[in-house]
Design a protein around this ligand. Structure first.
Ligand SMILES: [Zn+2]
Length: 371
């Protein structure tokens, strides 16, 4: 530190960059649109750092970007972003990009195109001691199947992982995230006339009702384990004993031991009605990101820098998953939620707060230099 005040992040330029990214709508399941957004991200990285990103091409999903820069003192710092969003193309017609005082709204602005702009501007003004590896991927919102191996490979050799997902509403960083498992449950019964010979039927709908209760009994909210049977279907007509039913189940857990317990129990579910058959598919999508001592130290460093910059940075945990889960599960210190404060992720009210965004750009720049 030479004692001079750093140049404050350029609000106008950052907003212009964010607008370009938000206007490039990028639903995870549309490769061409994700690739067009990746072109914009690539341009932004080049503008801010002078470096051309490497493009990891994918046939089915959008391409992933990797930017390498900075010092020579390995191991490197890995920074994670994603440029896909949950919003279908055309959402901008309904929810346009808008700047209103301290507030910016628009699909994918908070989660997490503002995080991409933040890191680009932070790197633009930074002189990191360690090498920096930055990934911006295209399928985080649909489980990261085409980027997971790349993320894990880069995380394995990293000193620390910084994730630019948005802050918890209120501005807290995230040092723990729940893990996620998804299951499908298909039940086969036997159809019969509900009036003439109901005793010959096996109701797949009744079996499903019993299984839902069995599933609920596996939850342990005090330990952070929750189970949501979010989708059900079954049967054909009121006067037919249902031959088939189906459920989709979302499971969350805070620790690896709870993951093992609950996943094992779901795979072991047995039919309650004689003759009914169950087929269970799915499993763990993201392991839990458990708070580690090294992750806690990383959070403390960020809090110390925030204090120097005159704001308080609190720490939180969340039930939502991110690519930070993959890194943390490998034992690498991981700090998530470094993006701006705001709210409404995945909802019409999605927005970020500009003041927080600018402060965190400077926080990130200093954090990168000190790690
Ligand atoms: Zn996100």
């Amino acid at each position: 530190m030479d004692g001079t005040l750093p140049q404050p992040p350029d609000r106008t330029a950052m907003l212009a960059a964010l607008e370009r990214l938000v206007l490039a709508e990028s639903p995870s399941d549309e490769k061409a649109r994700c690739d067009a957004c990746a072109d914009q991200v690539e341009g932004l990285f080049r503008e801010q750092t002078g470096i051309q990103a490497i493009r990891h091409r994918r046939a089915e999903r959008g391409d992933h970007l990797e930017l390498r820069l900075g010092g020579t003192e390995a191991p490197e710092i890995l920074i994670l972003c994603h440029h896909d969003t949950v919003w279908p193309h055309g959402t901008l017609d309904r929810l346009p990009f808008r700047v209103d005082g301290d507030r910016v709204s628009g699909p994918g602005s908070y989660d997490m195109k503002a995080g991409i702009v933040e890191v680009a501007f932070a790197l633009g003004g930074a002189t990191p001691g360690r090498p920096i590896v930055l990934l911006s991927t295209s399928d985080e919102e649909i489980g990261s199947t085409s980027s997971r191996a790349l993320i894990e490979e880069r995380a394995r050799s990293a000193r620390a992982v910084l994730v630019l997902e948005p802050a918890t509403s209120g501005g807290a960083i995230k040092t723990a995230r729940k893990g996620i498992a998804d299951f499908g449950l298909d039940i086969t019964g036997r159809a019969a006339h509900a009036g003439v010979e109901p005793e010959k039927g096996i109701s797949a709908v009744e079996e499903l009702a019993l299984q839902i209760l069995a599933l609920k009994a596996l939850a342990n909210p005090a330990l952070g384990t929750t189970i949501n049977v979010g989708v059900i279907e079954g049967g054909t007509r009121p006067n037919v004993v249902a031959a088939a039913s189906h459920a989709q189940i979302d499971v969350r857990f805070s620790s690896a031991s709870e993951a093992e317990r609950v996943v094992g129990a779901i795979r072991g579910l047995q039919p309650r009605l004689p003759g009914a058959e169950l087929r269970i598919t799915g499993g763990i999508d993201r392991p839990p990101m458990e708070r580690s001592p090294a992750g806690g130290q990383l959070a403390q460093l960020a809090q110390q820098i925030a204090a120097e910059l005159g704001f308080e940075l609190s720490e939180s945990s969340t039930g939502g998953g991110s690519d930070g889960n993959f890194a943390a599960a490998l034992g690498v210190p991981t700090l998530d939620g470094l993006g701006p404060d705001g709210g409404g992720a995945h909802a019409d009210s999605e927005h970020l707060l500009i003041g927080s965004w600018l402060r965190r750009t400077e926080l990130l720049r200093r954090l990168i230099e000190r790690l």
